[in-house]
Design a protein around this ligand. Structure first.
Ligand SMILES: [Fe+2]
Length: 461
């Protein structure tokens, strides 16, 4: 995990999960030995963290359990940042054929071997935890059919069940070929989306406020802190913008680059995307930005006019499920004022001379969009999804592409336009993919690697 820069070093954390409760060996870095700190014990497995630092501006290494891992810390000058999202599927993900499931991870790993990544951003759905609620009496029917009451002892039992299921899923997902090697060599930053909790968390309404819903959220949050940030509640003030931890948005800075990732899940309700904590801290984090800002928005910030579809869907009760999916988007009619607020913030940041790039996943398609900020160059939205989630049918992508032609302008003088990837004819590309963002001689560009079509040309951003 990438923690931050000190004067001559980069602070990192490494996470280790043991088969049993025994203490792992020390990690060696920079001629020093770093003992492990126990974060938790989950179902008999020790979860441990190493805090260490590597010198800046070189290719360095650290050693653990007889293996050496290289880390490229040359953050000045040319820089390569990877972006992935949607690492799994709702059903049967742990039983998929490993070669098929991890094909794009293997490709990213091969790319990293020839052109090292400096940071890897994981933009949501790092695991698909949907099946974690299966197999327990209280949560088997989640979210539609729950028991009327739940005794405290049964809720404790549910918590243990979920803790074990989350650990199991993260452990298998992180050990997958491609992911494992990249995780050891490329400092990661992760922001969750709904499936790291459950499908549609935040847009499901009353069921989220039941004791069962709250047990699910608290367990998923503990897992997010442990496995996506190598952290516990004690670390929240150091790692996240909101010291209370009601919102888990974060900011990290590299030379010339600010990575800003608001938490679009912790405070979400059907009526809002972020709450007071999330918004206050996000606004405060917009000071002293680096020249380039990556805004990691787990759901796409710029997209087509979904409010049209939403209106149609309200005509029929059978479409309720899809309505929840749409409610999850910035473009939902319910979130329009909040969406405009976020766009205005970014337009302000650009007006102060910074360049903003919005990066998102979530939709299992690759696409891009632009926002006219009134400056010569537009603000780019890059969407890359998923790294292992398979793409929906091409017809679905074509339908979205048609919808995109309606255009959208939540702020009338700042229109949004959806556009095809470089070299593609249609607005949405239905292939698995990941994104690489590169700074070469001070200029940023981005390209997608598409499973069938290969790498796109570089898009200047
Ligand atoms: Fe997803």
């Amino acid at each position: 995990m990438f923690r931050g820069l000190a004067e001559r070093s980069v602070r990192l954390a490494a996470l280790v999960v043991r088969d049993d409760d025994s203490r792992p060996p020390a990690l060696t870095a920079g001629g020093r030995s770093h003992p492990a700190l126990r974060l938790a014990t989950v179902a008999g497995h020790g979860v441990w963290r190493y805090d260490f630092a590597l010198p800046l501006g070189t290719v360095s290494d650290y050693g653990l359990a007889g293996r050496t891992h290289r880390v490229d810390t040359r953050y000045e000058g040319d820089l390569h940042v990877g972006f992935v999202s949607c690492n799994g599927e709702e059903n049967g993900d742990l039983d998929r054929d490993a070669d098929e499931r991890n094909a794009m991870w293997q490709r990213l790993r091969a790319q990293h071997a020839t052109r090292p990544l400096h940071v890897l951003l994981h933009g949501g759905d790092q695991v698909y935890a949907d099946e974690a609620t299966d197999g327990h009496r209280l949560s088997d029917g989640w979210p539609d059919e729950l028991p009327e009451t739940a005794a405290p002892a049964d809720l404790d039992d549910l918590r243990l069940h979920l803790r074990e299921r989350f650990l199991h899923r993260y452990a298998i997902t992180y050990a997958a070929p491609g992911f494992a090697e990249l995780a050891a060599e490329v400092p990661s930053l992760m922001m969750w989306d709904d499936h790291d909790i459950c499908d549609g968390w935040g847009s499901l309404g009353d069921v989220e406020r039941t004791a069962i819903g709250q047990t699910l959220f608290r367990t998923a949050r503990e897992a997010f802190l442990l496995y996506q940030h190598a952290a516990t509640d004690d670390d929240v003030p150091d790692l996240f913008l909101d010291p209370e931890g009601l919102s888990l948005g974060f900011r990290r800075d590299l030379p010339g680059l600010t990575i800003l990732a608001p938490d679009l899940r912790s405070e979400r309700t059907r009526a809002r995307i972020m709450g007071p904590n999330g918004w206050d801290r996000f606004d405060a984090a917009l000071a002293d930005l680096q020249e380039r800002v990556f805004l990691v928005s787990s759901v796409p910030l710029l997209g087509p006019r979904l409010s049209l579809v939403e209106r149609l869907m309200q005509l029929t009760r059978r479409m309720e499920r899809y309505e929840d999916d749409l409610r999850d988007q910035w473009q939902s009619r319910a979130h329009r004022a909040e969406w405009a607020r976020m766009l205005r913030r970014l337009i302000d940041v650009e007006a102060r001379g910074h360049r903003v790039t919005a990066i998102s996943g979530e939709i299992h398609l690759a696409t891009r969009a632009t926002l006219d900020t009134g400056r010569p160059e537009p603000l780019h939205q890059l969407v890359a999804s998923g790294i292992s989630h398979r793409a929906p049918p091409r017809l679905y992508a074509m339908t979205l592409g048609t919808l995109a032609r309606f255009g959208e302008a939540p702020i009338p003088e700042h229109p949004i336009r959806i556009a095809p990837l470089p070299g593609q004819r249609h607005n949405y590309t239905a292939e698995r993919n990941y994104l690489t963002l590169a700074r070469k001689r001070g200029t940023w560009s981005a390209r997608w690697d598409l499973e069938d079509s290969g790498t796109t040309g570089w898009l200047s951003i």
